[in-house]
Design a protein around this ligand. Structure first.
Ligand code: FA5
Length: 340
């Protein structure tokens, strides 16, 4: 058989149909097939040759079976091709085209607004050290503000960033000798929190940072208003209210009228599920960069000042597209996504 395997393989490769393949299978692997007969003679070989002869026979068997299977598939494919008539006059099928995700569309619009105002778009790592995510932003280990952002911790102490504010620190450290700074940093963040209509455990943020001489709260307010007008249009009602972040002073939060209850706080006499009855949806936080943060990264806080902000594009997209629950954006629901 060893000598003849090539010729059997050749016959398989040239078999014109499946019936020929069956005959070849019987002639080689059947009860009286050449390979079966060859196996029977192994017992009569000298002991020293038996093991090798056994190995060779098994190898020939699997090579032959693989060749049979391959040729059978080939014959079936040929049959299918020749059975399916091609109607050359039929209209072509358009491939289904995807489109940008609504949250990406909002992020692109936001970055466009800032790009037009002379900002650079920058990036930062999603896995951060505690120092960049918290300590450099004046949130020490036992600072109560750590509870504001429930954190996933990785083995070794690093963490998936809980906000994009860590990018501020990285950028300021790298560019402290090359001021002014004007950047936005969109990216994904992660929090170990329960999901509801306003919260996901993983979501996007867009961080903004400006550092220059003579930057004031007025600049911050004007910038936030320009951003909201650019993305949500002039008719959306927004408000700023004072808030607390350890790394900005003063700090504010920006809200927009809730999309579900249109600011009334009620839906059929019940508290609105999205804004929990307040009539407002919180879109982001902001403030004047705390002078100690500037000092920490080596910027002269007597000479320079700055503002920073961090906004949630899912919530902005919810307002813009009238979506009553931010979790919709991340469900694999094509009917929902195809609307945009
Ligand atoms: C912060 O993350 C601050 N780092 C923002 C900031 C930056 C303040 C720079 C000052 C200076 P906050 O935790 O409030 O703040 O989140 C900011 C925005 O992210 C929220 O207003 C909201 O729009 C969005 N957001 C927060 N948590 C979630 C969540 N679980 N799901 C979806 N969006 C969220």
């Amino acid at each position: 058989m060893a000598a003849g395997i090539e010729s059997w393989l050749e016959q398989v490769a040239q078999a014109p149909d499946e019936a020929t393949l069956t005959q070849l299978r019987v002639r080689v692997l059947g009860r009286k097939g050449v390979l079966t007969e060859a196996l029977k003679t192994i017992g009569s070989l000298p002991v020293a040759e038996r093991a090798q002869a056994g190995l060779d026979s098994n190898k020939h068997r699997s090579t032959f079976e693989a060749a049979l299977a391959a040729r059978q598939l080939e014959l079936q494919n040929q049959a299918e091709i020749s059975l399916t008539p091609i109607d050359v006059t039929a209209p072509g099928m358009r491939p289904q085209l995807g489109h940008r995700h609504p949250v990406s569309m909002v992020l692109n619009e936001l970055t466009d607004v800032f790009w037009q105002m002379g900002y650079q778009v920058v990036d930062g790592p999603e896995i951060e050290t505690e120092w960049f995510n918290f300590e450099a932003l004046l949130v020490d280990k036992d600072h109560p503000a750590r509870d504001m952002q429930d954190t996933f911790y990785l083995k070794g102490g690093n963490l998936p960033r809980t906000h994009t504010s860590a990018v501020q620190i990285r950028y300021m450290m790298e560019h402290k000798d090359n001021l002014p700074i004007r950047i936005v940093a969109p990216g994904k963040v992660y929090r170990n929190e329960d999901e509801d209509a306003r919260h996901s455990w993983s979501f996007y943020q867009i961080e903004g940072l400006v550092v220059d001489q003579g930057i004031t709260v007025g600049d911050l307010k004007g910038t936030l208003e320009a951003m909201m007008r650019g993305v949500l249009g002039d008719n959306t009602q927004i408000r700023l209210r004072s808030n607390y972040f350890p790394y900005t002073e003063p700090s504010v939060e920006m809200d927009a009228t809730c999309v579900v209850c249109k600011g009334t706080g009620k839906v059929f006499q019940h508290d609105c599920h999205l804004c929990t009855g307040t009539g407002w949806l919180e879109l982001g936080g902001a403030g004047m960069v705390h002078p100690r943060v500037l000092q920490n990264v080596g910027i002269n806080a007597d000479k320079y000042s700055g503002f920073a902000f961090g906004f949630g594009p899912e919530r902005i997209a919810a307002i813009k597209y009238n979506v009553p629950d931010v979790r919709e954006f991340w469900r694999p629901n094509f009917k929902f996504l195809e609307q945009f």
